[in-house]
Design a protein around this ligand. Sequence first.
Ligand code: GCU
Length: 687
Amino acid sequence: NCSGYDLWMAYNRLSGERLAMAEDLCREIHVYGEGPVMANVAAELERGFSGLTGEKVKTVRLINSQRNDSTRSRPSIIAGTKHSLGEMIQGTGPESDGSVNGKPEAFTLIMPGNSESGHGGESDALWVIGEDEPALIYGVFELLRRITTGHLPEPGSTYSGSPAFNWRMLNHWDNFDGTIERGYAGKSLWKWHELPDRVDNRYTDYARACASVGLNGSVLNNVNDAQTVLQSGNLRKVKAIAQVLAGWGIRTFLSVNFASPMIIGGLDTADPLDPEVRQWWMEKCDEIYALIPDFGGFLVKADSEGQPGPFSYNRNHAQGANMLARALAPHGGVLIWRAFVYGHGEADRAKTAYSTFSALDGEFDDNCVIQIKNGAIDFQPREPVHPLFSHLHSTNSFMEFQITQEYLGQGNHIVYLAPMWKEILDFDFASGLSNPESPSSVVSRLTNERNGRITGIAAVSNIGDEETWCGSHFHPLNWYAYGRLAWNPGLSSEAIAEEWAVQTFGSDEKVIDVCMRMLLPSWETCINYMTPLGLHHIMKEGHHYGPDPGFDGGEREDWRSTYYHRADRKGLGFDRSPTGTKATEQYPEPCSSLFGSMDTCPEKYLLWFHHVPWDRKLSSGRTLMDEIEERYKTGVSGVEGMISHWDEVSERIDPQRARAVREKLEIQLADAREWMEVCVPYFRSFK
Ligand code: GCU
């Protein structure tokens, strides 16, 4: 895996006890069922066990009726769906204990030695049973991961898994010319000019990687590049990709432009209440589903950053979204509408999404979803949770994270994002603290399936066509971690990083230990050297890389000098409290009061919500100004620490990866120093 291409699926040969276990397990693998998904499952088992044992492993493909012919054999693994295994599992473990309980995508692993499993002799086998075909894929990857990381369930035990969210999506911001908006890992994977005739092998590896962490939806194109995607010629290209993804349980979605009826349909309006417009979308959906029967649906960015939307016709966002949702509904499609709306003359950009959507709660159709960024500005290194999550009671909503590190050092800085995502998901509106178990936590609200709601989570991909896929040998961790959290948000950041590191670098304890010491504090380190204490959007304009707190220019109010940090002689920070823009009032109590007062606002959000006097003493006993300086220094020394950790183990890693990671860390250190050297004197100059 020196090149990084194999990601966390390198399946390097195991040793010791793990090797013995893997060898024992792959003695005779029976896969029951036919069709492309089952073929992929069998191929993955072969690939996985061949790699892990260093021996060529073949599986036996069977259909249920052949079972009796194989009584002479004693399979070591039996894999299939509830359907393909049929009577073989009736009255046995998964049926009787309810583990594969009819929940779509749920799988069960029954370990050898379980007396309940199978009839006659097959209790020696490990069973992988999927409720449906995607479930079997997830079960197989779970098994391979657990063997590799040494976490097989106990002999005789049963382990079941099912996803927390119905939809676990990647959003690609890939453009049709091959570039990627906010992409830092090369060009787009999708080779539109070659499709549909040539279907690149890499699509399969992409789909395997997604499926291995449980992702089940992919939006192929950028929300800002959706003008022509719905032309019939392009849909045939989309179909070719969709067929590959479907073999791994992944449904294909497209970003669409709200004005498509005008742009490609030749109509003179895109007014959502116009009958011809409605008709155009209905026919377009019929066309899409005739080509791609399992098509997922649309993602729309409307009335935002120049994209057209219902506002042009004096219609609201529910009217706009429902019109599209109704064209998708007969086919079972989902309409995902983004809440990222701002720039309509408001004094505080952070407030717009809330004001636009909270008033429309209950007006969206059942197959509509509002997709909300984790914070109210824009994927900053740290944002308080978006207040909209506490207000949409009768509307489906998805979380939107950003895996690509637009504001976190892009393809250069090693920043592990699971801790950020968990801070958001675990946030409890009832206490303002971290409490995932609370019914008012973000994760509880998002995964609550009451009234047959659609639940889901999305993230902007960091994938490109570079050899490492994501920009460095460490960047794939965030793709991996996102998928794992989308499947099970209860996993800890530590557990995810560790399993990724073992699958990526092998099980050398020293290496794993160093990875953990580098990764776990890396997000706080980045916040410290970029935007400590709630500072935000002080990056350079346009590309958003590097510091520019004094940016002076731009027409837009929200890009004027000091807009986001509001430094002046008195102090620093954006007053969103009741004495300022009152954005804190968009939060329910007690969060509204908690954030609204400088005395109770958590320091990590202080300058996000308050204009704080330079001499105010913070919890460290230092004044604000001194604390700012201290934070930047801590950030820089954090990166120095990462480098010395890496140096401790670089000899235990292949030279190619050791060197490549070292080079990235050197850039990260130089950048961290630049942030400190630009920001500290800049802020001091106001005092
Ligand atoms: C950010 C990003 C844009 C992107 C936008 C969005 O503003 O800089 O490139 O288009 O988010 O989420 O739509």
